[in-house]
Design a binder for this molecule. Sequence first.
Ligand code: PLP
Length: 404
Amino acid sequence: MTLVQTTTTTHEQHLLISVPQVEPRTTIPLQNLRIPGPTPVPSAVLAELARPLINHRGPEFAAILLRVTTRLQYIFQTTSPVLTFPASGTGGQECALVNLFSPGEHVVAITNGHFGNRFAQIAERFGLQVSRIAFPWGEAADPGIVEARLRELAPYRGVLLTHNETSTGVTNAIQTLTALIRQQNPDALIVVDAVSSLGCIPFEMDAWEIDVVFTASQKGLMCPPGLMMLAASPRAWEANTQARLPRYYFDWARARRSLDRGQHPVTPPISLFYALDLALDMLLTEGLEAIFARHQHMGDYIRRHVRALGLQLLADPAHASNTVTAVRVPEGIDARVLLHTLRERDQVVLAGGQEHLSGKILRIAHMGCCEVRDLFTALNCLQVRLQELSFPRNKQQEGEAFQW
Ligand code: PLP
């Protein structure tokens, strides 16, 4: 490793802290990035990041903010304003909680993986009383069980749900779940984490009577990480006026007042707004129905091919996600070696499992800017590397998959 020294000027020589020795900058490789976020971004969207900066309190930014907000309302399928914060998905979880609830209030968290757990943990950190309805990782939330448990747990103020559990590749039946929650408790605040589903899998905030939905820029919206978007129903805005959890950066009321003036309460990442603006153009040009169909097609394709390679899916296909697929690592195969080889030799970057699924699954993302051909390449490389690690081939099954 060669260390490079930044040039010093004479007047810097008296400084107590010396000029740092750092590794030289290297070229970022072009990879087949198949992790569930950040996801690949179209080059035209990346090019938007190079545009000159503008005054975030000026008319040009106001026009972008209005365009972005209006089209996000369409993607969320809501007439409520969509607030955009400089944050990631975890920021969305925190933002929803601090704006809706007061210390000690009872909320129910329906969990079936790492991100559902994180949502529940944040609620606990903020002093809410959290009851979990937990399902095994790899399974979907069972509406019958949820209905019975909610009855036992009542009264509760809110319910926290994860639409697409990214850690296991499972999509929960949000429409069914929200309908039964609403039937049981018409005033419940239904909060949905749609970080790895929105813009890829059908979602209708208003029609499904959801109170708060949030997502992040780096998953299905074909944009770099850094923006979190959240919409709140009239019921949620009413709750916001009573909610006593402390908040400042994520304060909805502050954000909305600024939005009404075409601004953001803090200095926003302007370049990311340029990128999102174009990404939304592209998404709307393709059309939501076509996007959903593309993701359905990619989901079907990958599930079929994974099985044809003799591998097992973690999720039951009935609940399997159309944005990320979790594959069981076969007995005797070291997941770390497999992922490392794929990255170093093939520039195919897959994700491993989280928590107790570490080393047991690998995850292949197919959300946002992704086509079947990207998956075809990744799966072929996976097949070759598995064979090198002595995983047996099933030629007949493989043949069937490729005929499809
Ligand atoms: N919720 C879900 C469903 C996610 O998939 C993720 C991240 O992958 C998060 C929350 C947290 O998002 P972030 O890592 O952007 O903070």
